[in-house]
Design a protein around this ligand. Structure first.
Ligand code: FES
Length: 157
């Protein structure tokens, strides 16, 4: 169980590391993801909005682990990479920043279609990253991933 006070929680991310820009205009990533979805070939690429999409993006491909670590209908939080990967339906993997948009705790679990942050009980949709409840002000940012040789790979942003 994680501490509920982000100021004393060692897994809390320094909010100064998070870009605080906010814009109503779509980012290049969102436009690119939209184009990939339109092309019909993006089932292994997570797309979505969020201002902290560049948090801790790897400089090169980073293997997170085997696909078997991510249960259908659930997910797994990769604390070191600060990424949460979900599998809403069999073979459909999604990835989001694991940094809660409220006070930057790492989210803690995935169940019942929800990604849960234990610090102040925010919930996010495991399929879209959208806020479902709690104080979180914004969705979790989508992260680009691929499945290669049975492993989930976090791609550079
Ligand atoms: S940090 Fe407050 S709900 Fe996640």
């Amino acid at each position: 169980m994680r501490a509920t006070d982000p100021s004393t929680d060692p897994t809390t991310v320094d909010p100064t590391d998070t870009p605080s820009t906010s814009s109503a205009a779509p980012t290049r990533r969102i436009v690119l993801c939209g184009a990939l979805v339109a092309a019909g070939g993006a089932t292994l690429v997570a797309c979505g909005g969020g201002d902290d999409a560049k948090d801790d993006a790897p400089a090169a491909d980073k293997v997170l682990g085997p696909v078997g670590d991510v249960p259908v209908g659930g997910g797994k939080v990769y604390d070191d990479a600060k990424v949460v990967v979900t599998q809403p339906t069999a073979g459909d993997f999604k990835a989001f920043s694991a940094v809660c948009t409220h006070q930057q705790c790492l989210v803690g679990s995935v169940s019942g279609g929800r990604i849960h942050c234990p610090c102040h009980n925010s919930d996010y949709d495991a399929n879209t990253g959208a806020v479902l409840g709690g104080p979180a002000p914004r969705p979790l940012a989508a992260k680009p991933i691929a499945v290669t040789n049975g492993r989930i790979v976090l791609k550079p942003a």
